[in-house]
Design a protein around this ligand. Structure first.
Ligand code: NAD
Ligand code: UGA
Length: 453
């Protein structure tokens, strides 16, 4: 099939690469010329394990191309995926300007019957708006509205995106209940058939339910995390160990083990904005989602949990102290710094007068951009932040080491050498990577989340 992808970010690139890998002819379009230049030069603008190899082999095979030319890209696709960003608007709702701009381009240049796929995470009712926008453009060209808009939300996780896309638990297809909708459904089923190993994974439903499903999934996952974080804080007060509790409750299949890890708050490009957008949808329809109000409030507090522990240990004023930070990305195996808890922690330490030396295995470039943005206008704070290329350099001679992301490289350091590297043997661990007993035996003062110190 001829497939077009609009938007070459995490979702667009993974979708385009994986669909070309099963034999489709895929053209990826982005308005960001520098991003397309990197891709055309054989590079990949994001860090996602396995993506580079898939892109390379399909470019070589002539099945995957990149362009900034909307006309070429849109005329190419029988199926056109919209995979552009839907960031939070000022009021928390999803900002649909990029989605609707993509829809306009589709209406301007599409030829023949086209399946338009909303892959971006968009609020209920967006497929309708996308359809209306395309139809307006087609009317200007005096063309028949020969298209159908399918809602096909994406559930991949950064860092495991290729695996998630090619071995999905489900493929949600929200289609209209009319002749073009049925034709679109058949096309989408054929397109996804190679990913339906062993059992049928497509879930066919109406468009609005498909749109809602995506927000419901992210809201449920964010709720689990905030709930565990609150339990972790209580566990500290009552002398319980949240990790033992996690195992205890996770063994019940009705609860399950996944997404029960307490930590220093959830980040990333999606949970925070999608929780806000769903709250906004609820408000607009006259209902409050009270649980979700609490979920985001708990998360905002949890992002400061290590700051609170550091202040309890060292006092409000951190002037003259240096903190090492391991991990900047919002999670391992990605360079994505969007809403990363490290941004909140580091800004707080700098505001209290501290120096910070930070390391991340892949996110240093993104981190530099993020901190220059966060600390714009505060040159003094920025001058006290040093990003280093070496994990041990971020621990050398510091007053305390803070772990913010659970990269594999951080999981089993030689504790004795580490102890000697630190000026003071103190570790604050936002991801519960280490065994408190081993820490105590090595003589390291250890503060983690929801476990006895
Ligand atoms: P991203 O910010 O990484 O990439 C978006 C890309 O779209 C950018 O390269 C941008 O230049 C491009 N773009 C913007 N407007 C355009 C236009 N009119 N025409 C062509 N290109 C345009 O975004 P992302 O993280 O890939 O997320 C995309 C969507 O998928 C969002 O709605 C997000 O919520 C959803 N989603 C993301 C993930 C994830 O893990 N990142 C997972 C599931 C769903
Ligand atoms: C999340 C969802 O897991 C995907 O299904 C979804 O497609 C995606 O959002 C999206 O809509 O964009 P992602 O943000 O890539 O994926 O990463 P997650 O693995 O979900 O982690 C999100 C945050 O939650 C991270 O900061 C992580 O550290 C935190 N987390 C995760 C916890 O604190 N505890 C856990 O048990 C799991």
């Amino acid at each position: 099939m001829n497939v077009t992808i609009i938007g070459c970010g995490y979702v667009g690139l993974v979708t385009g690469a994986c669909l070309s890998d099963i034999g489709n002819d895929v053209c990826c379009f982005d308005v960001d010329a520098s991003r397309i230049a990197v891709l055309e030069g054989g590079g990949v603008p994001i860090h996602e394990p396995g993506l580079r190899e898939i892109i390379a082999r399909n470019r070589t095979a002539g099945r995957l191309s990149f362009t900034t030319d909307a006309r070429t890209a849109i005329a190419h696709g029988d199926v056109i995926f919209i995979a552009v960003g839907t960031p939070s608007d000022e009021d928390g709702s999803a900002d649909l300007q990029y989605v609707l701009s993509a829809a306009r381009e589709i209406g301007r240049y599409m030829e023949g019957f086209t399946v338009v796929v909303d892959k971006s995470t968009v609020p209920v009712g967006t497929a309708r708006r996308v359809g209306d926008t395309i139809a307006e453009q087609l009317a200007l060209r005096a063309m028949e509205p020969l298209f159908s808009v399918v809602s096909n939300p994406e559930f991949l996780k950064e860092g495991a995106a290729i695996e998630d896309f090619t071995r999905p638990e489900r493929i949600v297809l929200g289609c209209d209940d009319d002749v073009p909708g049925e034709r679109a459904l058949e096309t989408m089923k054929r397109l996804y058939a190679p990913f339906n190993r062993n059992r049928e994974r497509t879930l066919h439903m109406d468009v609005r339910s498909a749109e809602f499903t995506k927000y419901a999934a992210n809201a449920m996952l964010a709720t689990r995390i905030s709930f565990m974080n609150e339990l972790a804080n209580l566990a500290e007060r009552v002398g319980a160990d949240i990790d033992a509790v996690r195992r205890g409750i996770g063994s019940d299949p009705r609860i399950g083990y996944h997404f029960l890890y307490a930590g220093c708050g959830y980040g990333g490009s999606c949970f925070p904005k999608d929780v806000e957008a769903l709250k906004r949808t609820a408000q607009e329809s006259g209902q409050a989602l009270r649980i979700l109000e609490a979920v985001s409030a708990v998360n905002a507090t949890q992002k400061r949990v290590l700051e609170r522990k550091i202040v309890a240990r060292f006092g409000e004023d951190l002037d003259g102290l240096t903190f090492g930070v391991w991990g900047l990305a919002f999670k391992p195996e990605t360079d994505d710094m969007r809403e990363a808890p490290s941004r909140v922690l580091i800004a707080a330490l700098l505001a209290r007068g501290a120096h910070v030396v930070a390391f991340d295995p892949v996110a240093l470039g993104e981190a530099k951009r993020a901190f220059e943005f966060d600390l714009r206008g505060d040159d003094d704070a920025l001058s006290r932040l040093t990003l280093v290329n070496d994990q041990m350099e971020a621990a050398q001679g510091v007053d305390a080491l803070v772990v913010m992301t659970e990269w594999k490289a951080f999981k089993s350091p030689d504790l004795r050498s580490l102890r000697h590297l630190l000026k003071r043997p103190v570790i604050f661990d936002g991801r519960n990577l280490y065994d408190p007993l081993a820490m105590a035996e090595t003589g390291i003062e250890y503060h983690s989340i929801g476990r006895p110190s």
